[in-house]
Design a protein around this ligand. Structure first.
Ligand code: ADP
Length: 267
């Protein structure tokens, strides 16, 4: 608080050092608590599909004489193992992200490329639901950072837009820019998000009413990855949603304007 700040300013050097150490330890402890929490959540989240797969394999074994039951149980086993694979992949992605700072050795990232790859990632799921993904807005925008991370973030937003929309609807991915920032909006006409849940959807493993859309088999990690990538690139992610009508997620990032010389040098 402000009073502590005043103390720090007037305190003699020794006291200031002690104070700095205490603050450092507090931060360390907080980081440690977050890490412990994450490990506890990961263990819990992994145990659910692993437990289900074990039970289902016993069920398949016991139902050997009943081909219909075998079919049913093994179909559920496939669903659970796909969910497990997604979970493991996203946990690895998240822990890799946490390890490095994309602005330490940033490279120019083409937003056109990011969007093309992100949309491609969901092409099969979108086609299966006859959802049209339309791309529009400003072209030739560039930011500084890590291509793979920004692509993963936008891909998560597009995948969610497709997952949480009815078949036959449209998803729009559009870009805007001013001198200092660029933004990528992913607009869907899907189920939307209840107002009271909006603040929580960026938390790790948080899913709105998992029973409501169990079939989508999400992990609850996608948006925490988006939020992390936005923050480490000096930007942010916003959401606007009306339940039953749709959602708009907007990723805003600092713009990079290549100088004329560097543009020419690259030609
Ligand atoms: P998940 O793997 O469950 O999609 P996310 O972290 O990506 O995890 O999203 C968290 C939750 O936010 C989702 O479970 C869903 O309830 C909600 N959500 C995310 N994107 C959308 C969207 N475009 N429309 C409706 N709900 C969404």
């Amino acid at each position: 608080g402000p009073s502590r700040h005043v103390t720090a300013r007037v305190a003699p050097l020794g006291a200031r050092l002690v104070l700095a150490l205490v603050e450092d330890r507090t931060r360390e402890r907080r980081v440690e608590a977050v890490r412990r929490d994450f490990v506890a959540n990961v263990s819990h989240e992994l145990k659910t599909p692993v437990g289900a797969i074990r039970l289902l394999s016993e069920a398949v074994h016991d139902a050997a004489g009943d081909p219909e039951a075998v079919k049913r149980f093994s179909a559920r086993m496939l669903t659970e193992s796909e969910r497990l694979a997604r979970l493991v992949q996203q946990i690895i992605e998240l822990s890799r992200l946490q390890g490095d700072d994309p602005l330490e050795a940033p490279l120019p990232v083409s937003i056109d490329d990011v969007i093309r790859t992100a949309v491609d990632t969901s092409a099969i799921d979108a086609a299966a639901k006859q959802i049209e993904v339309v791309v529009g807005g400003v072209h030739d925008l560039t930011i500084l950072g890590n291509n793979e991370q920004v692509t993963a973030a936008v891909a998560n937003l597009v995948a969610n837009a497709v997952s949480y929309s009815e078949g036959g609807s449209t998803v729009l991915v559009s870009t805007k820019a001013d001198e200092h920032t660029i933004s990528i909006s992913v607009v869907d006409q899907g189920i939307g998000i209840p107002t009271e849940e909006i603040d929580r959807i960026f938390e790790r493993f948080y899913r709105v009413d998992p029973a409501r859309h169990r079939s989508t088999g999400g992990t609850g990690l996608g948006l925490s990855i988006v939020k992390h990538v936005a923050a480490t690139h000096g930007g942010e992610v916003d959401v606007w949603s009306v339940e039953g009508q749709g959602s708009t997620f907007t990723l805003t990032l600092p713009r990079y304007l290549p100088t004329r010389e560097s543009q020419e040098a690259r030609r």
